[in-house]
Write a protein that binds this ligand. Structure first.
Ligand SMILES: [Zn+2]
Ligand SMILES: [Zn+2]
Length: 320
């Protein structure tokens, strides 16, 4: 099955490469990317497949075991747009233009100065020859970094104003994971990329890791009454665990359950809440455009909220 899928993905990537990417590269004279264009297309195909798998798993669960039933799903469609654009469009570009290219530069610089570029297997030799365990170790480290990025975004007023776009959704579903302000996405991308570079994730594993983590994250946003049980909820983030993070009373500071994939970081840093509740989601302070507007209205609303919170933070700093 896997071999069949792999062959099918490669074939599809080949078609996209030949008819869509290469003509553009030739037209603009960007021949230096020619060698990478097939991998680029392949990551796009993986991203598309990840969206299909997420939909196939989450849609029936949401249909049969919903927490809430909605009359209109208008805001859910906007979230779906975020997901498709991010996983099929932005991920391949980010992986290759930024991550791959920066990794080539950094490694070149490190080698030129007489050092060997770091890898996780070099730092933890028992991982050598155990690719699956190494993959999980990469995911754990990236998730720990993401825990702190997320927790800090709730600590600073103006940063939270951008992140509030993620929290403003009152109709939270498996599409809501990618609903973020573009500036918040840039911060997250750079954060992820820097940590990925520091632990030497191979460029082609990077998007796969990202998609694996994103699958868990999509599921955790789903409108499903689902927990993985007393033990399972402490291993992988469940819809119940992440919903507590999105609850109305958790919006802003003093929130809980910041972890995206593994709850261990919330347990270690004492922010975990395993209550058996499915609270209503949203953020009462965020402008309405961030909750129910279209894509552009949400992005603009986020920017205005950011400026407003930035000024408010400056005023209170001057007063003290
Ligand atoms: Zn949050
Ligand atoms: Zn979330």
């Amino acid at each position: 099955m896997l071999v069949f899928l792999d062959r099918w993905f490669s074939m599809l990537a080949g078609v996209i490469d030949t008819y869509a990417i290469l003509p553009v590269l030739y037209h603009f004279g960007w021949m230096e990317w020619e060698e990478l264009s097939f991998d680029w297309a392949l990551i796009g195909v993986y991203g598309f497949f990840a969206v299909v798998v997420t939909y196939a798993v989450c849609w029936p669960l949401e249909a049969f075991f919903p927490i809430e039933r909605w009359e209109s799903r208008k805001t859910v469609f906007v979230d779906a747009l975020y997901t498709v654009v991010n996983r099929v469009g932005v991920l391949p570009v980010f992986s290759f233009l930024l991550f791959y290219q920066v990794q080539v530069w950094v490694n070149g610089f490190v080698v030129a100065h007489g050092y060997i570029p770091p890898t996780l297997e070099m730092l933890i030799p028992p991982l050598l020859g155990h690719p699956v365990i190494t993959f999980v170790a990469y995911a754990l480290i990236l998730d720990c970094a993401d825990y702190w990025r997320h927790r800090l975004s709730h600590t600073y007023r103006s940063w939270y104003a951008l992140h509030a776009l993620h929290h403003a959704q009152r109709q939270m579903s498996f599409w809501s994971d990618d609903r973020n302000h573009m500036f918040d996405d840039v911060i997250a991308g750079v954060w992820f990329g820097v940590v990925g570079l520091a632990i030497g994730i191979p460029p082609l594993q990077f998007p796969l890791l990202f998609l694996f983590m994103r699958f868990i994250e999509s599921l955790s946003h789903a409108n499903i009454k689902l927990s993985f049980g007393r033990f399972g909820d402490r291993i992988i983030v469940s819809p119940r665990f992440h919903r507590l993070h999105h609850g109305l009373r958790a919006a802003g500071r003093n929130s809980c359950n910041y972890g995206a994939v593994f709850p261990i970081w919330d347990i270690v840093f004492r922010t975990a809440d395993f209550s058996d509740e499915y609270p209503p989601t949203g953020d009462r302070r965020a402008p309405e455009s961030m909750a129910s507007g279209g894509y552009l209205a949400q992005q603009m609303g986020g920017l205005q909220f950011f400026v407003q919170e930035w000024r408010r933070a400056n005023r209170s700093r001057r007063r003290t």
